[in-house]
Design a protein around this ligand. Structure first.
Ligand SMILES: *Cc1c(COP(=O)(O)O)cnc(C)c1O
Length: 426
């Protein structure tokens, strides 16, 4: 069981709405900090543990500053994400560039920031050297275990995934770079998404530790770190259970002792690049129920849409919904909770049992959508001319800081040359 709380009462949301109208995202700083501390405590069983937070999950520099303050680095996969990490003061090897089909400009920026460069393909050995003019001192490779590793619902089967090197390419790649004088090496993989099975993640650890031993035996390269990637799930459904940091770190440490330590790889550092389990459970989308519709099904229409939160439409993902002030109330019926996009999959919930819901632009019930602190607002878009909502941070002292304002029509039109338009055509 996972408990689905929201840190503000209905009265507090009403008060907040006077300054910041719904819809908005709200993140809880205290819970994020406590979670990161628990993570670092659990993984302190490893030497040199580093968590590079996957910036794509919550690309807001205010959040990144909080995470940096707690000791985390950043995992970036684009030029803009590198800028975001830099903006938050995350520098040097605290940044890992794990990109694919990487343009030269990203490698150049990563080098300028002193970031760890993680190559996605064998051909990038040459591409990187040509782009930078020389090879960096430290290089990491992304491994695709192919049929060695079972599939996962979102990322699919590794052998059908576009990412990473084959095992043979890896061995060859380390050999080549060693000959070229590269001194420091890392190994990375990312094979799952939103996976809640502890065994699945332990098996990933085992595969990487065994591979580190094989690399040492075949090439003489002693890896400095293995990066286990992200992909750790969170309990979106109340009946699901979170993977505990202690169980994960403890299980990995046991495999490490069995595999890496006897092969004289006892100094091997463990890195991760979790996104979802760092901020996911500590973010909520707060909207208002503005319309009710009764046809072949019952509908509740919100003032937010899938432009603000795409996961339900994209993956059929479940997000828990609560109605502030009505938490304990019995269900009044089954509803589809929907947004206003001209897309029938613009549904936050399908056939969900909910208490009776008041509707109205000013007086309707608030609707809280849970577990959207990762891959939530970040995946938003502007289809149908929809403007994405803003982001609020609940500080540890209970105050609220707006960390991103909502978009305006001016933002939407900012990429158009309106002067050229006025001269254009008739
Ligand atoms: C998306 C991604 C992550 C983070 O995944 P989460 O599911 O948010 O933990 C980490 N590494 C890479 C390479 C990714 O693409």
């Amino acid at each position: 069981m996972s408990v689905k709380n929201f840190p503000l009462s209905k009265v507090q949301i009403e008060e907040l709405e006077k300054r910041y109208p719904t819809p908005f995202y709200l993140y809880d700083e205290k819970q994020i900090r406590e979670n990161v501390r628990a993570l670092l405590r659990a993984f302190s069983v490893f030497p040199g543990y580093t968590e590079h937070f996957a910036v794509k999950a919550l690309p807001n520099p205010f959040i990144l500053k909080i995470l940096k303050d707690e000791g985390l680095g950043a995992d970036c996969s684009s030029f803009t994400e590198l800028l975001l990490a830099d903006m938050a003061g995350i520098r040097g090897e605290a940044i890992m560039l794990t990109a694919n089909e990487t343009p030269s400009r990203e490698y150049l920026k990563a080098r300028d920031l002193g970031a760890v460069i993680n190559l996605d393909d064998f051909t990038h050995l040459d591409f990187l050297e040509k782009t930078l003019g020389s090879l960096p001192e430290l290089v990491s490779f992304r491994y695709n275990p192919g049929p060695l590793k079972g599939g996962n619902a979102i990322l699919g089967k590794p052998e059908e995934a576009k990412y990473g090197f084959t095992r043979e390419q890896l061995i060859e790649g380390y050999r080549i770079l060693k000959e070229k004088g590269v001194k420091r090496f890392g190994l990375h993989t990312m094979v799952a998404s939103n996976e809640l099975s502890l065994d699945y993640h332990l098996e990933t650890g085992r595969i990487l530790f065994e591979l580190a031993v094989e690399i040492k035996n075949k090439t003489g390269v002693k890896l400095e770190f293995v990066n286990l990637g992200g992909g750790l799930g969170i309990p979106y459904r109340p009946e699901q259970e979170a993977v505990s940091w202690e169980a994960l770190a403890g299980g990995l440490r046991k495999l490490y002792d069995d595999i890496a330590v006897p092969a004289s790889l006892g100094g091997l550092a463990i890195h991760t690049e979790y996104g979802r389990p760092i901020t996911g459970p500590y973010g909520w989308l707060v909207a208002r129920a503005i319309h009710r519709k009764s046809i072949y099904r019952e509908y509740i229409g919100l003032n937010a849409s899938m432009a603000d939160l795409m996961r339900p439409a994209l993956y059929g993902a479940y997000h828990h919904i609560t109605i502030p002030g009505k938490e304990g109330e019995a269900a009044a019926g089954k509803y589809d909770v929907v947004g206003s996009l001209c897309e029938n999959n613009d549904k936050f919930a399908v056939q969900r049992e909910l208490p009776p819901i008041e509707v109205g632009e000013r007086s309707g019930d608030f609707v809280v959508i849970h577990d959207v602190g990762a891959h939530g607002r970040a995946m938003g878009f502007n289809y149908n001319g929809k403007l994405r909502c803003g982001e609020l941070l609940l500080r540890e002292d209970g105050s609220i800081l707006r960390i991103r304002r909502p978009e305006t029509v001016e933002d939407y039109f900012a990429t158009l040359d309106l002067q050229a338009l006025s001269r254009f055509g008739t």
